[in-house]
Structure formats: C-alpha cells, structure tokens
Design a protein. Structure first.
Length: 301
C-alpha cells in the first residue's frame, strides 16, 4: 500500500543520511596489513546487521508471530500445511520490511566505495609503477594497505595509488548497483507472483487491505478508550474521585499500607485461567473493599 511505500522511502532516506554522517565522523581506515579488511567489513556489515535486527524488532507482525498461540476456543485441528504457508508468508513480509534499511546501507556504502577500498586494498593483484620487482609479497601487501591513506604513500607511487583506488571504486560501485538491481527485480517479481496466486481480484484485494487497516485503527482506539475507562475505576476507588471530575465533594486518603501495596515492581499476575492483574493498583482494587478515611473538599482539614 501507499503507507508501506512511504514508510520504506522514509527509512531509506534516513539510512542514507545516517550513513553519510557515520562515514564523515567515524570512518578512518587504519591503512595497516591485516587491519584494513576487518575494519572495512565491520563498517559494511555490522551496521547492516544492527539495522536488520531493529527492523525485525520494530515490526508489530514479529511480536504477533512470536506471541501467537492456538486459541483454546478452537476445537478443530488446524491445517498444518495452511499454518506453515501462513507463517512463511508472514516471515517473508517481515523480512522484506526489515531488509529495507540494511540493503540501503550496503548499497550506499558500496556506491560510496570508501569502505570497500579500505577493506581490499592490500589484496589488489596489480604491479604498481616504480616498485622494486624484487620486493617480497608481504612488503607488497604493506605498501598496498597504505594506499587508502594519501599521506602514507611515497610520491613515486602516487600514480599507482590513484589507479588502484579507481579500480577498487569501480568494483565497489558496480557491486552496489548490481545489489540495487537484484533487489528491485526481486521485489517486483515477488509482487507479481503474490498477485498471480492471490485468490482475490484487484478491487477485492484493495477492499480487504482497507478493511484490515480500518479495523486495526478502530481496535486501537477502542483499546485506548476501554483501558482508560477500566483504569479510571481503579483510580477512583483509590483516591475517591475520577480524574477530570467537576465539583468533587470528597476525596479518599489512602493509608500507608495501601501506598505500599501499589508501589514497587510487579509482573503480569495470573488471577485465574482467563484473567490477569495488570498492575499493583489493579490487584489492590480487586481485592480491597471500599473503606478508609474520606475528606470533604469544602471543609477545613
């Protein structure tokens, strides 16, 4: 839908901006044998992995899939094949959304080329100009590893350094554009296959998408209102009035024991097979009777 496209576009733009700032303020190639590869791959892969995990964590479908259970009201045995297909479909959908940021990161960093140049400079198999042909392979790697750092390259190797950097940037940018092309084609083919195998017509699918979206919005609104009204009953019992009430004639003065009962930390508490206590105040309100000290608001305390 349009909202998904807009959300993905915003994620991609934020990732591009973050990558540029990240590269400008933090990236500095060590230009040392054995360290360039680790440093460059760390900047390429670790942020992408973090963005992937964050993408999974921020998707509500992930937690719905993880916490989902078979309903106790469901008496018939579920179709295992259908369940597997549904789980695979949801996982593909979640993964597709989660991959937007890491793929954008990888594509932008490869097109930029700095990380790739740093990572593989010492492994370039070229004969640079002005070099002594009798030098050892280790000495060659040491010289090549210093190429990303201009200040460490001798003047006689400046031309060779420029050619190596151009070669590596070419490889990196080609890899970046190939990654973008593969992702775009894969996404397009996925949508085509999903539409071909969908049991719904185009307009019916649009109606279904609209219904699911509206149902979720209405459910969220009802959840907020229901939980607010339910919590208000417990707050009213504890303080003797509801927030927002006008012309409050009396208030309740909680005792020290009651303050202690609702303070502290607590897990979700199972009351019976079908109900939970959501908080300490909720637990207190269900157990304690309405009594205690009341104070008239129009009287001098």
């Amino acid at each position: 839908g349009k909202e998904v496209v807009i959300a993905n576009a915003i994620i991609a733009i934020l990732t591009i901006g973050g990558q540029q700032l990240f590269s400008f303020f933090t990236f500095s190639c060590p230009c040392h044998v054995g360290q360039n590869l680790i440093y460059g791959l760390a900047f390429l892969g670790v942020p992408a992995l973090i963005l992937l995990v964050v993408g999974y964590a921020l998707n509500n479908q992930t937690w719905r899939l993880v916490t989902g259970k078979r309903s106790p009201l469901q008496e018939t045995t579920p179709n295992r094949l259908l369940q597997c297909k549904l789980i695979c479909f949801v996982l593909c959908s979640i993964t597709g959304r989660a991959l937007v940021a890491p793929v954008t990161w990888l594509a932008v960093t490869l097109i930029n080329g700095s990380y790739y140049v740093c990572a593989v400079s010492e492994y370039v198999s070229v004969h640079y100009y002005g070099a002594n042909p009798n030098i050892t392979a280790m000495e060659r790697r040491r010289i090549l590893a210093a190429f990303p750092c201009t200040q460490l390259v001798p003047p006689e190797l400046t031309r060779a350094r420029d050619e190596v950097i151009l070669l590596l940037r070419y490889q990196s940018q080609v890899a970046g554009w190939l990654l973008i092309a593969v992702v775009v084609i894969t996404v397009f083919l996925s949508y085509c296959l999903a539409s071909c195998f969908s049991p719904l017509s185009f307009l019916h699918f649009r109606y279904w998408s609209s219904y699911v979206h509206n149902e979720q919005e209405l459910f969220d609104e009802a959840t907020d209102q229901h939980s607010r009204l339910y919590a208000m009953q417990h707050v009213r019992k504890f303080f003797g009035f509801a927030p927002g009430s006008e012309h409050v004639k009396e208030i309740r003065i909680p005792s020290l024991r009651e303050w202690q009962a609702i303070s502290g930390l607590a897990f979700l508490k199972l009351v019976d097979e079908e109900h939970y206590d959501y908080s300490l105040l909720h637990d207190w309100a269900l157990k304690e009777s309405v009594n205690g000290k009341y104070l008239k608001t129009d009287e001098d305390p």
